[in-house]
Design a protein around this ligand. Sequence first.
Ligand code: PRP
Ligand code: ZN
Length: 286
Amino acid sequence: MQTTIKIAIQKSGRLSDVSKSLLKECGIKIKNGKNQLIAPAVNYPANILYLRDDDIPQYVADGVADVGILGQNVVDETQAKILVAKKLGFSRCRLSLAIPKSENYTGLSFFQNKRIATSYPKILEKYLQKNGIQAELHKISGSVEIAPNIGLADGVCDIVSSGSTLFSNGLKEVEKVMDSEAVLVTNPNLNPKKQTIVDQLLFRIESVQTAQEFRYILLNAPNDKVQKITSILPGMKSPTIVPLVEEGWSSLHSVIRETDFWEIIDQLKTAGAEGILVMPVEKMIL
Ligand code: PRP
Ligand code: ZN
């Protein structure tokens, strides 16, 4: 029988769409039935499990799933025996302390002997201890932000991304406890066959991530400007130069980092580049 791996992703929430997009960009098509909790990949030896993100670490640690995509915050909180194989760079957010907008914030000592509602008691406990604050933690698994409004707590410690959840609950962010982003975790004892499939997946993710940093650039220039423009382009290798039908003109093609592009765009124009096209790169293998 062919070996397959199980990849656990968040069923619904901040990470679920981006996780699905990542798999798609890696060329993994998922046969999706509505409300299905497990779905096979069509062209890849994997099954996708849709779970609550908080449950993913335990599933991966137990080997029910081999791989999981979830926030570093959840990994740290659960302290399950799993490996963080790759930071994914998306769904960046922070775990922060927040209090009602009307309160006057005086510094961390504000929380001394106060009640804080959170889904992250372990991370928070450590943070408060390190800062010499004694507080009463109330563990809540969802809708933490309403706790101050219903008199359950004086503040909250929860994930902040756009900040809109805090805002709509009349809260303000006052301290950042940690930064977080999506990570790919694996079971630490995968058998060699599964490990090979996981390594392949990691390779595909790397190609997608690398490609996202780069842009394919095309531009036209008079032949006597080509040398100058080539010296400005920080190409991977030297650019491709193709003659245009119009006498005395060439087209230059190159792959450059998007950040570099914004730095050199003015220089390119001054040097005589015209008709500049910048296009995304889908996959890139260095
Ligand atoms: C977090 C948090 C808030 C929301 C904050 O939930 O609990 O509900 O995201 O985002 P915002 O600042 O953009 O409004 P998370 O995605 O971690 O899911 P979960 O708590 O349902 O697991
Ligand atoms: Zn969650």
